[in-house]
Every structure is written in C-alpha cells, then in structure tokens.
Design a protein around this ligand. Sequence first.
Ligand SMILES: [Zn+2]
Ligand SMILES: [Zn+2]
Length: 140
Amino acid sequence: MREVERASRERGLRLTPLRHQVLDLIARARKPVKAYDLLDSLRDTHAGAAPPTVYRALDFLLEHGFIHKLESINAFVFCEHPGEAHQVPFLICDKCEGATELCDDGAVAGLIEKRAGSLGFRAKAQTLEVHGVCRDCRSG
Ligand SMILES: [Zn+2]
Ligand SMILES: [Zn+2]
C-alpha cells in the first residue's frame, strides 16, 4: 500500500477514501476479488456505495496499474509491483482460485506485441491467463 501511495503522489493522482478502501480490500484479500464482494464489504462502511461508484474506483485503479483484472474469472487482484502499468501473464489455480503474476519483465507481452505488429495489428490490451493447479493444491 505504501508503494501505491507514493506512486499516486508522484503522479499527482487523487486516491480518494473510496479508491483507497477498494484498493485496500483487494490488497488484503488472498484471492482475486469479485466486484460484488467488494460492494458487500464496502456497504459496512459506505452505506451508499453503489455499483457505479465501485466500478469507477476499479477503473481508476486499473488504469493506473495498481490492480489487474482477471477476465476469465471476472475478478481483481492487487498488483505486486505497482510502479507503472504493465501487462503480465497470470497463473490461476482452478482449485483454490489463487492468482500469481508471472513476472517476466514483459518478455511474453513484448513477444506478442511484436508478432501482432508484424501482422499489422496494433495491440492495445492483452489478457494472458493460464489456468491449472498450483503447487500447494497439487501437493495437498
Ligand atoms: Zn502487476
Ligand atoms: Zn491452488
């Protein structure tokens, strides 16, 4: 969280209390979080938290690379290195729903962008989600 606060300050972003709280909930969850779970948790403290408000907060956090969206399970995870926006492959466990950022310095994303470019395709967003079973679940 401290890294996020620093990054926001440096970039002059406004981390409103609601955005801060949404981020905090995602950061503290050990699994990817769905929007309606966030809404449930927020209603305890923000009585008037409506879905559009939460979605706007999520959009803000996504846009600035503080969280990632996992399209295949429609959930959000905290970014482990929120220095700058980036695209990384994710490993998603189908048993425990844990998600791990596959940190590769953008090697895979770069390769896809290059191959897409060679076909004249201009890539804007990439979603790379690898499903399987994690080490803990395999040995369990
Ligand atoms: Zn990340
Ligand atoms: Zn697992």
